[in-house]
Write a protein of this length. Structure first.
Length: 199
């Protein structure tokens, strides 16, 4: 037996989201049907508003309602440092820390030959233009994820930036606070040894 067409379309729509399979999509579709009409309308308006009212900052690539974004427009921030991240959500993670007060640059992905993603498919060219235009930038902090693609992207950016006499650093990786060595995988332990510091 097939679902009525409106339910089928709703299930198909939910399945377009990452990590949502047919069972979860079906559950979400039936949950949506049981919601109050006002809540469904508000949900739909939120989706439309997020798509229509948000864009990417022309300077850093972060998601924003205004261009430039609030971070790039904030004159009190330390413009000598730029943290390079993979996605806009990474900016929010670092901002929640309330310890970093520099600038950001969002790549919108990483180099991935398997997925056919090269340097022209992510936001690297605008980073290089930004570094050429802004002589105040003295350090680029690469904060890509500790995955093979993230590491390859970090090394690629470092090779491009170092000739400009700009310091290039990488976020430390290794053991998480409160974790046990016996449960850590080999790559985590390797990064912990590699990133060791004098005490």
């Amino acid at each position: 037996m097939q679902y009525p067409e409106p339910i089928s379309k709703l299930i198909d729509s939910y399945m377009k989201l990452p990590g949502i399979g047919s069972k979860t999509a079906t559950r979400l579709a039936f949950y949506t049907i049981d919601m109050q009409e006002d809540d469904v309308t508000e949900f739909a308006q939120s989706l439309i508003s997020a798509k229509r009212d948000l864009s990417y900052c022309s300077i850093c690539g972060n998601i924003t309602e205004s261009d430039p974004c609030m971070i790039c427009a904030d004159k009190s921030r330390d413009n000598s440092k730029v943290v390079v991240v993979e996605q806009p959500k990474d900016v929010m993670s670092l901002e929640r820390m309330n310890e970093y007060h520099g600038l950001y640059h969002v790549l919108h992905g990483v180099l991935s030959p398997i997925e056919g993603k090269g340097s022209e498919d992510i936001n690297i060219a605008s980073l290089l233009r930004r570094l050429q235009k802004n002589e105040a930038i003295k350090e680029v902090i690469i904060a890509t994820n500790a995955t093979p693609e993230g590491e390859a992207t970090a090394m690629y950016i470092a090779r491009l930036v170092k000739p400009a006499n700009i310091k290039v650093t990488r976020l430390a990786h290794g053991l998480a606070v409160g974790s046990d060595i016996e449960y850590a995988d080999e790559m985590t332990l390797f990064k912990a040894i590699e990133g060791r510091q004098e005490i």
